[in-house]
Every structure is written in structure tokens, then in C-alpha cells.
Design a protein around this ligand. Structure first.
Ligand code: FAD
Length: 499
């Protein structure tokens, strides 16, 4: 085996996964077909969920230093933005940060953790058998074969890995196309920022440092969606939409995107796994693609590490599909709903008015904000019941903890990428049970003044609550079961190494 995991694609999904695998000591290589990161930038934001996840690895500050935060976000079709300050999160805002900067920071971190990115390496074929995946890769010095225990396709919406693995990609085909131009306006006052709507069409102008991003509907679906968008063509469409000539210059990036929505039928096919856009594509409403890619990678990383290191129970890796496939389906549902609601069609105006009114109800605003930013993500748990604690399956809140000598927080305890048993009521018997799972588990005894009634929690490496002291029954047996479910069979005995 040349590596434990071969990651294909150095976008947000591949790089975040590289960080997670590097942290877990998994021998990983990322191959990227481009020779360097391109000059254009697709996305420009990170949402609350991404920042929460990055916080649980101690690196959110690197990202927060890179841009401004905004406490509102657009929900396509609503006449007023959603108020994010109502969300249950440490980060009730959107961070304005270029996707290219996100990628640079993730690559920096992956390199710090010993994971290299091999630029100019394109996967062209793969073959898997019972215990190996062999990839054929075009490299700057010729073709190479790389053998790995697992291969993860983080290679974007047109994923070669997905196709080679024979994974179906059902969904709805594109019916509308949108043109995007990163350009300069010869006369900067010719179009205002935001929407310009006329009887002929509309153009949306987003200010960017040194240029503007123009977005306008393509009048007819193109006969070849891969045909390059030229400045002359964009010029014609923009002029038609605004009903006058608005000279455009200095094209940086001209492209088109569609409203297609598709999702891989399986996220795992033997030793081949998909993450990010390779697993799901959706209309760009809400600007969430980078964030979902990071989310997929954070869910997958520790499970894959467990499989590579040999401690993962047989069922663990499969939970990547059973947890992230429904999360992806939810993204498709809400982005498609936004695309419909935001359709530039006057017949939809009464719907927009009605939804705008309803979304102003505080509970609806909060629900929508937590839905589109994935703050309300909850995974089904082995110990679910009608009486389950509301935190079960959700990201554990970033509780502040003290043991009289030092203070810490849930996010800090998760920095190492290991599961955490939080003993908040000084229970030696619980600690002794959990000790057998060290070093996969950090055991921490402390008090949590903000949650005095809480006795103990098991937190998965990705920050989700896996177990909370049950109010009835045998606590030790139920903790034992939770530990086996998420961390496999115990290592032998051992003393309790309390942080
Ligand atoms: C116009 C536009 C605006 C957007 N704005 C936002 C936004 O504001 N916020 C947001 O969150 N999302 C936004 N998105 C979505 C976001 O850009 C994507 O969802 C995100 O990049 C997905 O990350 P990924 O890592 O899964 O895939 P990608 O970023 O597509 O990365 C895949 C990588 O794999 C490489 N690759 C492909 N095939 C191979 C191969 N065979 N061998 C080796 N390497 C390969 C590619 O070169 C690429 O670098 C936007 C998208 C578009 C098109």
C-alpha cells in the first residue's frame, strides 16, 4: 500500500478531509489535476456551521481573521434577509471570505499535519479489489499507479471517481442557466450594486475588490453547456436585460451555472467514497456548497481514520452515508425551494410576499436560518427515543468548563480530533468504564456552571453528542454500549488519564 487514503481533488472537501486524516495520523495524499489554484474565485462565505466545526479543531480564528462578518443572509425570493443573530451558535453571522482563501488556509493546515497536495496529478482510472484501490494518475512525469486502502473522490460535480465507481447520480436536470461575469464596468456608475430589474430582464451586481460580479439569466439554454462564455456574448445578454449599452471590460472569469440538482445514490461503494460536490450538486441559492463540503469531510474523517487504524466497528463507516446522504438531500430540497421562490417571474410575486411575511415570525426566521446554515443538523443516534435529550445527535454546544484550577471548553477539548467523555459530576465509575477506550477518547472531569443538571456526555470526534447520562436504567451499561457503537471494542484496561 502506497498510502492509507488517496484523496482526489484539492477543493474544500478534499483539503478539509486531508486535515482530518492528517490529525488522526492517517497516511494521506491529495492529488489535484490543476497545476495551481486558479485565479478566479467561486464562493465568498463560510457559515455558522463551518465556523463551529473549524472551532472544534482550534482553527476558526485563522478564517475569522480573513474577512468581515455579517449578521444576515439572503434567502432567495424573500424580500428581506434572514436575521442570523437568533441562531443557537457561537457564530451568529456569515463570514465574508473568498473560497480561494479558505482553500489556502486548509492546505496550510493539511501540510502542517503532514499531508501533501500533489498538484498537476489527474486521476484517470481506478480499480478496486477486496483490500486495495489502485488509481492510475497522469503526473507531470508520466503515468503512475497509486495503491491505497481507501480512495475518496472530492473531485467536484463532474466527478471522474463517481463515474468510474459506477455510482448513479439521479436528480433533476438543468432547465435554466445563469451567466456569471467577473468584469469591470467601463463606467463604474453605469449599474448600481444589487439588482437592476427592467421589463426586459435583470442583472445582479456584486461588488468585489477591484471588479464586480455580474449575474444574469441566460435567455435560452445553451446548445453546449461547456461552450466558453465570451465577453461579447455576456455584453449582449447584459445590454438586452437592462435595455441599454453598459460597456464591460477586463474579464477575469466568465462562466455559466445551472439549476441542476443531483445526489449520488451511494456515498460509499466498497473502498471508494464520495464527498462534497462529487456527492451532490444543487442550485447555488444560499451559497452553501463550500460549507456542505467541509461538513461532509468532518463527518467522514474520523470514521475513515477508525477504519484505517482498525478500531472502527464494522458499522461505523456506513454511518457516513446514513448521516450525510439525508443532510445532502435536505440541502437539495431547500436550495431548490429557494430557486423556485426566487424565479424572476411576476406570477410568483404573491408567494414571495406571503413567505416574506411568514419568515418574519421569529420562530420561522430561526428555523430557516438554522436550516440553511445547517446549524440545526441532527444525526439519528443508536440510543434515540422520544424522551431523548434535545442535544442528542446534534453538535454539542461549546460549554465552558472549569475544574477549579483551569478552564477549558468543549471546542478546545475536541482540538485533538478524539472523542470526549465529559464527566460533570465526578463519577469514578463512569471514568473507569471509559478508561478502556483510551487513547481514542479524552476523559475530562470538570464542572459546567451553565448546565448544573448535566452529569455526563459522550461527544464524537466531529463534535456531535452521542450519549447523555440517561435518567433511568443502568448508566454504566448504556455508556459502554455507546462507546462500543462509536469507538469499537475497548483496548485493554489502563489507568484513567484525566485531563
Ligand atoms: C458561481 C459559483 C458561486 C458559488 N458561490 C458559493 C458561495 O458563495 N458559498 C459556497 O459555500 N459555495 C459556493 N459555490 C459552490 C462551491 O464553489 C462548491 O460547492 C465547492 O467548491 C465544492 O467543493 P468540493 O471540494 O466538493 O469541489 P471543488 O471545489 O469543485 O473541487 C474539486 C477539485 O477536484 C479537482 N479534480 C477534478 N477531477 C479531478 C481528477 N480526475 N483528478 C484530480 N483532481 C481532480 C478539481 O480540479 C478541483 O480542484 C459556488 C459555486 C459556483 C459555481
Amino acid at each position: 500500500m502506497d498510502v492509507d487514503v488517496l484523496v482526489v481533488g484539492a477543493g474544500p472537501a478534499g483539503l478539509m478531509l486531508a486535515c482530518e486524516l492528517g490529525l488522526a495520523g492517517v497516511r494521506t495524499v491529495v492529488v489535484e489535476q490543476q497545476v495551481q489554484r486558479p485565479g478566479f474565485c467561486r464562493g465568498f462565505n463560510l457559515n455558522a456551521r463551518s465556523l463551529e466545526l473549524l472551532d472544534r479543531r482550534g482553527i476558526a480564528d485563522r478564517f475569522l481573521a480573513a474577512g468581515p462578518t455579517v449578521p444576515t443572509m439572503t434567502f432567495s425570493g424573500l424580500r428581506r434577509p434572514l436575521d442570523l443573530s437568533a441562531m443557537d451558535t457561537d457564530h451568529p453571522y456569515v463570514l465574508g471570505i473568498a473560497q480561494t482563501r479558505v482553500e489556502e488556509l486548509l492546505q496550510e493546515r493539511a501540510n502542517e499535519l503532514g499531508v501533501p497536495v500533489w498538484w498537476g496529478h489527474q486521476l484517470i482510472d481506478l480499480h478496486q479489489d477486496v483490500d486495495t484501490v489502485t488509481a492510475t494518475v497522469d503526473t507531470p512525469t508520466g503515468q503512475a499507479r497509486i495503491a491505497a486502502a481507501y480512495l475518496v473522490g472530492c473531485d467536484g460535480g463532474r466527478s471522474t471517481v463517481r463515474k468510474l465507481a459506477g455510482i448513479a447520480f439521479p436528480g433533476t436536470a438543468a432547465s435554466r442557466y445563469t451567466l456569471l461575469g467577473d468584469v469591470a464596468l467601463a463606467d463604474p456608475t453605469a449599474l448600481p450594486f444589487g439588482p437592476t430589474i427592467t421589463e426586459h430582464g435583470s442583472v445582479f451586481v456584486i461588488p468585489r475588490p477591484g471588479y464586480v460580479r455580474l449575474i444574469t439569466a441566460e435567455p435560452e439554454p445553451p446548445s453546449d453547456r461547456d461552450a466558453p462564455v465570451t465577453l461579447a456574448y455576456l455584453q449582449t445578454v447584459v445590454d438586452q436585460a437592462v435595455g441599454r449599452h453598459v460597456p464591460l471590460t477586463e474579464p477575469r472569469w466568465l462562466t455559466r451555472f445551472s439549476n441542476a440538482a443531483r445526489q449520488a445514490e451511494r456515498y460509499i461503494a466498497g473502498r471508494v467514497i464520495l464527498a462534497g460536490d462529487a456527492a451532490h450538486i444543487h442550485p447555488p441559492a444560499g451559497a452553501v456548497g463550500v460549507n456542505v463540503a467541509i461538513d461532509d469531510a468532518m463527518n467522514l474523517g474520523w470514521k475513515l481514520a477508525g477504519a484505517v487504524h482498525g478500531w472502527a466497528p464494522a458499522t461505523l463507516l456506513a454511518t457516513y452515508h446514513s448521516e450525510r446522504h439525508p443532510a445532502g438531500a435536505q440541502v437539495l430540497r431547500n436550495t431548490r425551494a429557494q430557486a423556485l421562490l426566487g424565479k424572476p417571474d411576476d406570477r410568483f410575486a404573491p408567494l414571495r410576499d406571503l413567505f416574506t411575511e411568514v419568515a418574519e415570525l421569529p420562530a420561522v426566521n430561526k428555523h430557516l436560518a438554522e436550516l440553511v446554515t445547517a446549524v440545526s443538523t441532527r444525526y439519528p443516534m443508536h440510543n434515540d427515543s422520544d424522551q431523548a435529550h434535545p442535544w442528542l445527535g446534534r453538535l454539542t454546544p461549546n460549554l465552558q468548563l472549569t475544574n477549579g484550577v483551569a478552564s477549558t471548553s468543549v471546542a478546545q477539548l475536541l482540538d485533538a480530533g478524539r472523542a470526549v467523555l465529559l464527566d460533570l459530576a465526578d463519577q469514578p465509575a463512569l471514568r473507569a468504564t471509559a478508561a478502556a477506550w483510551q487513547p481514542r477518547l479524552t476523559i475530562h472531569t470538570a464542572r459546567c456552571p451553565e448546565q448544573p443538571e448535566l452529569h455526563a456526555l459522550l461527544i464524537r470526534p466531529d463534535g456531535h453528542t452521542a450519549w447523555i447520562t440517561p435518567s433511568t436504567g443502568d448508566q454504566i451499561a448504556s455508556l459502554h454500549h455507546a462507546l462500543e457503537t462509536w469507538l469499537g471494542t475497548p483496548t485493554t484496561g489502563g489507568t484513567v488519564d484525566v485531563l
